[in-house]
Each structure stands twice: as C-alpha cells, then as structure tokens.
Design a protein around this ligand. Structure first.
Ligand code: NDP
Length: 454
C-alpha cells in the first residue's frame, strides 16, 4: 500500500485525521502501535505545519514505517522433555542516528503491535538522549514465570540462534526489558559469542565481568528520579518529604524506589502483577533490600511478609493518598478511571517509568487538571542512555567508575529536561509531552532530510 496519502490538508487537525486513518488501514489489529503514533503525532503535526520541509520530506510517514521487522520460530525443550514453540521478533525501526537500539521483552503479551509501539517510542527517546543510537525493540511471547534456570537458558540460546544474524555492535544492539535481566542477557551473549566467534558489544546490560557498565542496572530507575527532580526544581519544588506511589517491583521500580529514598522522599507502595504492597510509613532501604531479594527469587508480593506492610490482592496503588506517582510496571496501567483516582488521592505529578503506562485518555485528563506530567520517552530514557555509555566503553576497551557513569547519567537527564523545556514551554508553562515529542523528532527528522530519499 502506498504510504503517501495525499494529506493535502489545510489544518493540522485534518492532517492528523488523514494520517491516522492511513496508519490504521496499513497496520490493522495493532492498537498499541496506533496509540503510540497518535500520541506523538498530536504534538508533531502542528509543529510540521509550521516547518513544511518535514511535510514535503514525508518524515512522519517514513518514521512510522519500520525499516524492517523479523519474526521467527523459537523451539526449545522444557524440563519434562516436551518440545515448546514460541514466536520471537526484532523490529528494527530506524537507524537514522545510530545502530538500532532497544530492549528485548519476554512476556506472554508480546506481539507485533506491542513491539512496534515500543520500537516507535524508542526513536524519540533515543534521539532525546543526544547519543548516537537508533531505535529497535524485540522479544518473544515466552513467559519466564515458573521456568527453571535450565529452561530459561535453553530458551535464550534458541532465541539467539536466530537473532544473532540480525544484530551486531554497529548494526543492532539489544538490551533487556520486561522479563529480560542480567541472567537472560548473559545466556544470550554467551550464545552470540559462540556462534559468531566474536567478542563484541552486541548486547548491553552485560555482566560487569565481561563488558557491562556500572549503573546500567540502576539507570532507568535512577534516571526517572533525576528527571522528576529536574521537573520539580523547575517549579521551585523538590522530592524531599514528598509521598510517592510506585507501581511495579522489577528493575525500573526497584531502583526508582532506591533513589527516591536517597532523596528523602517517602515511598508508600510498590506492586506486581498479583497486587500491591502498601507501606504507610514509607519503604526503608532495609525493606527495599528484602523486597529485591524476594523478587529476584521469582516470588510474588502476596507472599512477602514484613511488619508495616499491607498487601492488597488485585489492586493498584493509585487510591493511596500521595503527592507524586511513578507508574513503572507496564503499558496502559493507568486508564481514565485510574487517572481520576490519582487526582482524588491528591497526586500533583506523574512521572512515567514504564513505557506508555498512561492511556491517551488518562494523559488528556492530566493535562486538563494541570498535573505535572513526565512522559516515558523523556523520563525513562536513562536506561538506554547508559546502554549507549556501555557501548562507548566497549568501543574504547575501558570500564568507567560508578561515579563517572552516574554523573554522565545525571547530565543526560538534565539535558533531556532542557530539550523538553526548549520545545514545550509556552507562556511560562512547560508541556513535557510536546517538548519530548518535538525535541526527539527534530534531530531524527533533520538527519533524514540530509540523507535524501533513502
Ligand atoms: P521487569 O520485568 O523487571 O519488571 C516488571 C514489573 O512490572 C514486575 O514487577 C511485573 O510483575 C510488573 N508487571 C509486568 N507486567 C504487568 C502487568 N501486565 N500488570 C501488572 N504488573 C505487571 O521489567 P522492567 O522493570 O525492566 O520494565 C518495566 C517497564 O519499564 C516496562 O514498561 C519497560 O518497557 C520499561 N522500561 C524498562 C527499561 C529497563 O531498562 N529495564 C528501560 C525503559 C523502560 P511480576 O513481578 O509479577 O512479573
């Protein structure tokens, strides 16, 4: 199908309707992808109306079509000797400003739509970091829950036997995401190294012993907290003493909680796919360490017992009275009803740790209510930023100290904040959604224009 749909519209609204109609026709049955593109286009289309070179260059139309998408069979044997088959993917969305870069997700909900939304978001996020990284995303509809270590290893190895031919340090450098942490990256790197006979930085999130970067594990959660702090400081406010709600209990959530505690905020909750843990007096560093160990062992929060903690099965944290919220579990965890609940709970600021945790209806509601809103592509960019620093260290054959990487991360989050202010400030008010979308778009769009029609 031709991608140019004669959107010779007189207004940005008409252009948006025409563009989204074409996108939905070309990508049927992909609601998450439609949602992510709609969110970006809402900000970018008015901007390109003021800068027609981007319309003439068909930048938005070209950017919303991935460079390529590979889908493959992943066969593996479980501990009972049964043959199991999953579907693996890699979406290589754009290598305009660097090699494809983005995580791998292992979760039963993974499909083409979810990975295309994640890969599309990654374009703008990676551009915002100011670093030379393009955009990709991948994974499989494999559920790591309840699998033995040996099963995880066999799955990762089988997955890499196909993926290896599509990646490489200058081509595509995957990292972790939901269900893919240090253990999975290690198994995949081991297999990559064996079949390619090369020791190169073809994955990030690697173990420190074999080319990983200090702070990579912490980077998304720490970066989220730094970004929130920048936003609050811009309003002459801060994190100290603020009551915070965090959802999720994985990589992003754990290190967001760690940094929030360090900043003397009071974290009242975390959650997992079973329910929510409410800690009215605030999570302490000691309690967080216990929770980390517990989750590392693959256990559910419902079985976590400690004084001062109340577990609520099937519940999210949004009804707890608080000042700030950090949704850090998964996409669409905050719908319009949740957004209303959050505001009733007194929340004045929402900072997205997960990718697209808020539906577009929830975001519109936050905007109407003047809630300080930090969108994922800016707020959670710390993870990919440190992945890029891992690539730099691999390239020069050096390992930087913890303080240096942390200092770089803080500088990058500050710069992203400034970019958001530059493109999103209007009448003394910053719309971080507009700022992040346009700030991310301009860099990639200008590079695309300079390449000509490729
Ligand atoms: P993890 O797998 O480490 O943790 C995910 C957490 O969210 C777990 O506690 C999990 O519960 C919970 N969760 C997952 N799916 C659901 C669901 N459908 N409903 C309720 N809870 C759910 O993943 P990460 O922390 O790495 O990722 C979390 C989010 O952050 C994702 O959106 C990811 O794309 C995004 N992100 C991650 C980055 C990273 O560096 N890791 C970088 C940028 C964004 P349970 O423990 O029960 O499985």
């Amino acid at each position: 199908m031709d991608l140019t749909f004669k959107c010779h519209s007189d207004t940005p609204e008409e252009y948006y309707d025409c563009f989204m109609k074409g996108l939905k026709e070309r990508n049927p049955g992909e609601p998450e992808f439609h949602q992510a593109v709609a969110e970006v286009s809402k900000s970018v289309i008015p901007f390109i109306f003021d800068h027609p070179k981007y319309i003439k260059g068909q930048i938005l139309e070209r950017l919303s079509e991935p460079d390529r998408l590979v889908s493959f069979r992943v066969c593996w044997e479980d501990d009972e000797g049964n043959i199991r088959t999953n579907r693996g993917f890699r979406v290589q969305f754009s290598n305009t400003i660097g090699p494809y870069k983005g995580g791998l997700r292992f979760h039963p909900s993974v499909n083409q739509s979810v990975l295309k939304f994640l890969g599309f978001e990654q374009i703008f996020k990676n551009s915002l970091t100011g670093l030379p990284i393009g955009a990709g995303k991948g994974g499989a509809n494999f559920d790591p829950k309840g699998k033995s270590d040996a099963e995880i290893m066999r799955f990762c190895q089988s997955f890499m036997i196909e993926l290896y031919r599509h990646i490489g340090e200058d081509v595509d450098v995957p990292a972790g995401d939901i269900g893919v942490g240090g253990r999975e990256i290690s198994y995949m790197f081991g297999m990559y190294k064996r079949i390619s006979n090369q020791f190169t930085g073809s994955l990030t999130g690697k173990g420190i012993e074999y080319g990983g970067s200090l702070i990579r594990e912490e980077a998304t959660g720490y970066g989220l907290t730094y970004f929130a702090e920048n936003m609050l400081n811009h309003q002459s406010d801060g994190l100290k003493g603020r009551r915070c709600l965090v959802s999720g209990a994985g990589n992003v959530a754990q290190y967001a909680v760690e940094k929030l505690i360090e900043k003397e905020a009071r974290v009242l909750s975390i959650s997992d796919s079973g329910g929510m843990l409410h800690v009215p007096d605030g999570i302490t560093s000691e309690l967080l360490e216990e929770i980390k160990e517990f989750k590392k062992a693959g256990k559910r929060l419902r079985d976590f017992k400690a004084t001062g903690c109340q577990y609520h099965e099937g519940k999210e944290p949004w009804s707890i009275e608080a000042d700030l919220a950090f949704p850090s579990a998964t996409q669409n965890e905050i719908d319009l009803e949740d957004a209303k609940t959050l505001i009733k709970s007194g929340v004045k600021g929402v900072f997205e740790g997960a990718n697209m945790p808020s539906t577009n209806e929830a975001i519109n509601f936050f905007n109407d209510k003047n809630i300080l809103f930090g969108p994922a592509k800016a707020a959670n960019a710390g993870g990919v930023a440190v992945s890029s620093l891992e690539m730099s260290q691999n390239n020069i054959g050096l390992s930087w100290e913890r303080e240096k990487v942390d200092c770089e991360l803080q500088g990058i989050m500050k710069d992203i904040h400034q970019t958001c202010v530059k493109y999103g400030e209007k009448k003394d008010k910053v719309c971080y959604i507009t700022g992040a979308n346009i700030g991310g778009f301009v860099r990639v769009a200008d590079a695309m224009l300079s390449f000509g029609i490729v």
